[in-house]
Design a protein around this ligand. Sequence first.
Ligand code: MG
Length: 385
Amino acid sequence: MTKKISILGSTGSIGVNTLNVIDTLQDQFDIVYLSTFQNKELIIEQAKKYQPKSVVIVDDSHAEDIQNALEKENIEILFGRDGLLEISKRDDVDLVMNGLVGSAGMEPTINSLKAGVDVALSNKESMVMAGDLINNIILESGAKIYPVDSEHSAIWQCLVGENIKDIKRIILTGSGGPFRTRDINTFSEISLKEALNHPNWSMGNKITIDSATMMNKGLEVIEARWLFNLEIDQIDILIHPQSIIHSMVEFNDRSIKAQLGIPDMKIPIQYALTYPSHSLAEWDELDLAKIGKLTFEEKDIEKFPCIELAYESLRIGGSAPAVLNVANDNAVYSFLNKRIKFTDIPNIIEKACNAHDLVLQPSLEELLELELWTYEFVMKEVNKK
Ligand code: MG
């Protein structure tokens, strides 16, 4: 039977990899919706190839070009943020792949889960901002979340057949990013080019900067807390520069399970698409003899204060992780636009977290208001630089 799938962010790194995986899984998927922020060339090409029911382009300045290019196709074209929210509410699909970037991904996740549609979730920011709210929605609608983030996919795979009560802790592994061994005194001179050069993973720009500041690992701690219903002190970070072990679970008897693989996002993407089966794939095998050594280190919170900011927001709870996340999004976009320095990123996030009025159990409306407040707060700070 074919699975009907919607791909949000189909022209980004996760979206393109998802389509590559689907190409190899012959006839198992029917692509119903595709969306892009502004990559008109690629969305036109994808629309012609996959013939979805609808496509969305969020940046509507390209509206006319897309309409002209797809004139002869029988494809509905939707525009703007409203178009994206509209397709995320539709329940005529079996699975939504959410490959959107940043806090913009939260509301579509909520819409799909509310509609009872399962979500393959690459957009970790959804769980960071609204984990508690989302878990309540799932309880009501019965929809499921399949983690795509490689660490959370690893933990999910380690937990097959296990009882959540038997978990002592989980160990999220991280490569340490491009600045693991760099002298802390030179961090304020880090250039955009250096920060975009990740040693192991090929990903979009936003998450690559998050990996360089290690906020990515902090966000993953918060994501894991809600995905697996764990306490904060059950979630640890371990630096593992080779990125071969994607994460581990330690059980009460001190037995540890780990999931290993080459660092390629197509593996967790395929598992989320084909769960519970591990389908045959063409990519390289993991050659451990060739790799030789797997090494491990403690995390360095002096070099990477974002890790501690993330843990702290989780300890505070309520709306604190949401503000942390939106502040991070906008600080990272400002760094990508060369408006601030690398070391300004954690400073601005900390200021935003300290300045905001905590809401204990934020509703969707309150989260959206906080998103706007945090954006304005961060941009004021950026303008001072
Ligand atoms: Mg990850």
